[in-house]
Ligand binder design. Structure first.
Ligand code: EPZ
Length: 416
């Protein structure tokens, strides 16, 4: 397992271009198999999750070719409707394939998906919605067998605005007869990107980004050339790192409104932020005051994926911050590691109570999940002394070329 060696205490100076969005591109890959024509997707980040999704598509008989950051997908016909279990365990987003394989072939077999070690991550909302749309679902030996031959459009209301469940329903019903509506749909920008992508393939979907989405089924979809949206979580991670380390950082290829919940807190903490079209500039003294409360919420609230990075910033701000993780059950695994670096944090149920300290101290720590691992890298960048972050594989699932980009703006970080 790789590791990062970081010499902390250096301010940021320079520009970073943000990668395409992992959580959007994974859903677009699933959508690409809804047509037998060629689909070209630009700005795909080179990540383990993206690689694994490509392997999953290939296991269905889909041709998947990467040329730099462009991926070409072509699925004349699916040679299998079984979504391979070992890869599915690796990849939470394998569950999106359920919707698109059913949309394409009307039959699918998938094992319960895996994903980050951040909680149970059940798929009950997905399965309830699919069965309400007439999909016959049987569960046996850890597999889910679905038959959508008698699927019909309908009105679905989600008990919780699940991102994956919203995407699955869009993928299932884009090709169908009848109209399907989703109430209490997730409003994340990745949903809008999927809607734009599918509509560019000939789908008729409206309401993406709102809580009410309407899908008018069509007979078939055609090929498309499309560029995925920028990764708002990677952008937010870099902004948080710059706030913690001090200096000035310009991010290009961003949509600032996608992370306004974060920038509002950074400005409240004393950072200076300037937005210019699809760029954003942050400058920070590195010594900030607490923003007091952080509550993770579905979009457009504070994103759960930035909770761990922000906890690091809060740990070196003047004052007390209460951080509440409302979305996933166990997304505080980075906290014991931060405490080893001198952070003063106590956890009560879903709340992390963070008392700011003067500085963190370098230490050897372990990344246990994707965003918690990114948080430990930020901690090492801001700490005094040297930090070793073990488990770089977790971090490489979501951050393309992290050490190169950080080095280009003045950080001392090396991967071994
Ligand atoms: C997507 O996960 C993202 N992953 C996650 O990013 C992100 O944290 C999450 O949305 C919330 O924004 C991808 O897009 C690949 P949910 P998803 O369905 O679709 C519970 C990262 O770091 N739930 O909105 O799985 C679930 O357990 C990853 O890039 C059910 O109970 O998120 C969780 O507690 C991590 N039953 C909450 O809802 C269900 O059927 C949010 O899940 C579905 C979800």
């Amino acid at each position: 397992m790789g590791r990062y060696i970081i010499d902390g205490g250096r301010a940021f100076h320079g520009d970073i271009r943000v990668q395409g969005a992992k959580n959007a591109v994974l859903a677009l890959f699933a959508g690409a198999i809804l047509t037998s024509e060629e689909v070209v997707i630009h700005d795909c980040p080179d990540l383990l999750d993206v690689y694994n999704m490509g392997k999953l598509l290939q296991s269905l008989g889909v041709s998947f070719e990467r040329r730099g950051t462009t991926v070409i997908i072509k699925s004349d016909e699916l040679s299998s409707d079984e979504i391979s279990c070992c890869l599915a365990r690796e990849l939470r987003s394998s569950i999106f394939l359920l919707g698109s394989v059913l949309g394409r072939d009307k039959r699918a077999k998938v094992s319960y998906p895996g994903g980050c070690d951040i909680g149970l991550r059940p798929i009950d909302i997905h399965l309830k919605a699919l069965s309400e749309l007439g999909v016959n679902i049987r569960e046996k030996y850890g597999y889910i067998y679905c038959d959508a031959t008698r699927m019909r459009g309908g009105a679905v209301t989600l008990d919780y605005p699940s991102v994956g469940a919203t995407e699955n329903i869009m993928l299932l019903t884009a090709i169908s007869n009848g109209v399907t509506t989703i109430s209490n749909a997730a409003r994340e920008p990745e949903i809008v990107d999927l809607q734009n992508f599918l509509n560019a393939m000939g789908a008729r979907i409206t309401g993406g980004g709102s809580s009410f989405i309407r899908i008018e089924g069509v007979d078939k979809l055609h090929g498309v050339e499309y560029t995925v949206m920028p990764d708002r979580i990677v952008a937010g991670t870099f902004l948080t790192a710059a706030a913690a380390c001090g200096g000035e950082l310009k991010l290009t290829n961003v949509v600032p409104e996608h992370f306004s919940a974060l920038t509002a807190k950074l400005i409240k903490s004393g950072c200076k932020i300037t937005e210019e079209g699809n760029s954003i500039i942050i400058s920070s003294s590195g010594r900030l005051t607490s923003a007091e409360r952080i509550e993770t919420q579905p979009y457009p609230g504070f994103p759960t994926d930035l909770q761990a990075p922000y906890t690091v910033l809060a740990s070196i701000q003047d004052g007390m911050t209460i951080i509440t993780e409302n979305i996933f059950e166990t997304r505080f695994k980075h906290i014991p590691e931060l405490i080893r670096m001198g952070a003063q944090i106590t956890v009560r149920d879903r709340n992390a109570i963070v008392k700011g300290v003067e500085a963190l101290r370098g230490a050897e720590v372990a990344a246990l999940d994707l965003r918690g691992g990114a948080a430990l890298v930020i901690a090492g960048l801001a700490a005094q002394g040297t930090t070793i972050v073990n488990g770089s594989k977790h971090i490489e699932r979501g951050y393309d070329g992290l050490e190169k980009l950080l080095t280009s703006v003045g950080a001392s970080i090396e991967k071994i």
